[in-house]
Design a binder for this molecule. Sequence first.
Ligand SMILES: NC(=O)c1ccc[n+]([C@@H]2O[C@H](COP(=O)([O-])OP(=O)(O)OC[C@H]3O[C@@H](n4cnc5c(N)ncnc54)[C@H](O)[C@@H]3O)[C@@H](O)[C@H]2O)c1
Ligand SMILES: [Zn+2]
Ligand SMILES: [Zn+2]
Length: 361
Amino acid sequence: MRAVVFDDVSRSIDVQAVEVAPPSTGEVTVRMTASGVCHTDRHVVSGAFPLGCPHVLGHEGSGVVEAVGPGVSSVGPGDTVVLASVPACGQCWYCRRGAANHCERSAELAAVAHFRAGGVAVRGFAGLGTFADRITVHEAATIPVTTTLPPEQLALIGCGVLTGVGAALNTAQVSPGCSVAVYGCGGVGLAAVQGARVGGAAQIVAVDPVESKRKLASTLGATATVDPTSTDPVDAVIQLNDGRGVDIAIEALGSAAVQLQAWQSVRKGGTAVFVGFPPGDDVLTLSAQAFLLRGTRMCASIYGGGDARVLVPRIVRMAEGGQLDLRSMVSRTISLDEVTTAFERMDRGDEVRSVISFSGH
Ligand SMILES: NC(=O)c1ccc[n+]([C@@H]2O[C@H](COP(=O)([O-])OP(=O)(O)OC[C@H]3O[C@@H](n4cnc5c(N)ncnc54)[C@H](O)[C@@H]3O)[C@@H](O)[C@H]2O)c1
Ligand SMILES: [Zn+2]
Ligand SMILES: [Zn+2]
């Protein structure tokens, strides 16, 4: 079998022949059916998210269970699963309080190296490594679903769609009639636009420099769009709201400068939600006095701001029922060999999501 291996030292990406370990106690082997290419994989390759050792890339996937190890009870061979890029134990302090996205054991559950390439142990990114024909993961990373959605759409629910929809509905708590601005309309941002629509937002302003992204945002629920390269986006968003600003602004790019714009776009007492993953040396600077006087809330949203085991089935139902359009978010279907090209297209803003399809393997 083959996988996309990233070497953290030489910074190279190769499609290599790899072996995957069979499932041991508490583990599951999954035959991949599809995997989205998320910007977080790009951050790994660019060095913004250093891993320290070779990894199989990919963390946004769907597949079918092939084999289970002793003690596995929640899934069995033949089950369709969405892979969780933040595996959750279900029992720790956070998991018991509905915040499984902050599970205390997630790093440990994701730490086992299940692949071997050229005799060397290789881990899967986020405990997964979905850019591979087969993966072995902890049971906690598999969320069983019964669905008619095609694998390419289902895969996106494992990261980008869950992250964006959860940021809007869980973290920002979009409510009927409110106003929302979304900065960055890639896979995550467009899912946030759709989450805001499902939550009943009366106004959704989509900010993105790429025209095709703004057009798609309009199709998916945005009521206005702003090109931040031709106008000051903060002024534009505020003007669209009688000079006050929006109730909620969501940053889905990963830049302190754009986080600041999102926060400045929010009305007094409003909420800024940061979802994008900034580089480690990016520093957000703002006036402490202005922060106090404006009485805003500022928060971050990790992996949908809640429990993926609750969110994933809800999102599947919303997509099947037509409330979420995932078909439009699969902008290109590719093979394992085209991941490097997918990153280049991502850098140019050409794709919402390139999705690897494993059908035919
Ligand atoms: N918090 C989480 O749990 C979580 C989960 C998944 C992804 N992420 C992060 O979310 C971010 C978005 O991921 P994605 O896969 O949607 O990326 P993407 O590349 O698909 O989308 C980014 C979008 O931002 C747009 N953009 C570029 N410059 C801009 C600007 N100045 N203002 C507004 N928009 C601009 C791009 O045109 C593009 O459409 C990444 O940083 C990713 O690592 C976070
Ligand atoms: Zn992701
Ligand atoms: Zn836990």
